[in-house]
Write a protein that binds this ligand. Structure first.
Ligand SMILES: NC(=O)c1ccc[n+]([C@@H]2O[C@H](COP(=O)([O-])OP(=O)(O)OC[C@H]3O[C@@H](n4cnc5c(N)ncnc54)[C@H](OP(=O)(O)O)[C@@H]3O)[C@@H](O)[C@H]2O)c1
Length: 300
């Protein structure tokens, strides 16, 4: 598996990374429902296939599984990315320390503000972001950034020099990508105190109001704007990791096309896919490996 530079961070990641936060229609995380050893084995299998980028988040409940997998590899050989849904400094320090403790590690490679939906939300959570910058200065995270869930949030990346990396939703179909036309769930969740209430809703209710990937097709002009914004971010040498490559599985019948599409985008350094079994890892690695060498602007 080809390794690429994650922007100018000095970190080298595999072109394909593995996600551990695939949402089920029930609102649960598919990987969190897996047995601890089962997901650990899958992560280690991906590692043997050359995948060194493992994506998690405080919210996914997959820290126990990752901790198990980390027992079997050298810490420095894995690029571990996590995300926090925090809004201020106090919460960030609290959740970050829990993260290190739960994973039994002393640093993460990437620490992101989780799921930022708009510029206004980023501004409201600035205290949390600044705390992450301080954690970076203390050597507890190697990079900081955000995972974007909205176009105006994505554009913030261009304006904030301290942002090293961004996780952005991208797929060939334009499904569930970063738009500013927020649905009801995103509108509620972009207001911090309401987000806390939304999270308390039963999973059944949440699954009714949460936007479904197959119903969230963004208009062509917005999709172009997302791609142009990512291109501009790339020109600033910030790291870009694509996610939702298969639109949460909606594109599973066109998996080859979906993976190939993102693999040809020159502004995407690496991309994570929620792979739930060895067959999916094999298939996706095969596509990326077969295409290796044909890309421009990517390290060999
Ligand atoms: N930053 C954020 O806010 C945020 C939010 C959500 C997720 N994430 C991260 O991004 C990762 C990726 O997102 P995601 O998992 O939701 O969506 P995704 O990667 O677009 O889709 C995952 C689904 O694709 C299917 N799949 C993968 N490889 C396949 C293949 N070769 N053939 C057929 N189907 C295949 C699997 O479906 P089946 O096995 O079910 O068929 C899997 O459940 C997550 O795991 C998580 O780590 C981040």
């Amino acid at each position: 598996m080809r390794r690429v530079k994650l922007g100018k961070t000095g970190i080298e990641v595999s072109r394909l990374g593995i996600g551990t936060g695939t949402g089920l229609p029930s609102g649960h995380c598919a990987q969190a429902l897996m047995d601890k050893n089962e997901l650990a084995e899958l992560l280690l299998y991906s590692f043997d296939c050359g995948i060194n980028l493992w994506d998690t988040a405080f919210q996914y409940n997959t820290y126990p599984h990752i901790k198990e997998a980390l027992k079997q590899v050298s810490r420095k050989d894995v690029v571990l990315a996590t995300k926090l849904t925090t809004a201020n400094e106090k919460e960030t320090i609290r959740d970050f320390n829990i993260t290190l403790k739960d994973l039994n590690i002393d640093y993460v490679d990437v620490c992101l503000l989780h799921g930022v939906r708009s510029k206004i939300e980023f501004q409201k959570r600035l205290g949390a972001f600044n705390a992450m910058v301080e954690l970076k200065e203390e050597g507890k995270t190697r990079t900081v950034g955000l995972s974007s869930h909205g176009l105006s949030a994505l554009k913030c990346v261009l304006e904030i020099p301290e942002i090293d990396v961004v996780w952005a939703r991208i797929n060939y179909a334009g499904l569930n990508m970063d738009t500013d036309s927020l649905g009801i769930y995103d509108q509620l969740a972009s207001i911090y105190w309401l987000k806390k209430c939304v999270k308390l809703l039963p999973k059944r209710v949440l699954s009714l109001i949460r936007p479904k990937a197959d119903s969230q097709l963004i208009p062509d002009d917005e999709r172009k704007e997302v791609e142009n914004t990512l291109q501009n971010i790339h020109s600033q040498s910030k790291g870009i990791v694509g996610m939702k490559v298969l639109a949460e599985g909606v594109l599973r019948n066109d998996a080859k096309k979906a993976v190939k599409h993102v693999n040809t985008l020159p502004f995407v350094d690496s991309f994570i896919i929620g792979m739930l079994n060895k067959k999916e890892i094999d298939e996706n690695c095969k596509i990326v490996n077969t295409m290796s060498g044909k890309l421009e602007g990517v390290e060999k």
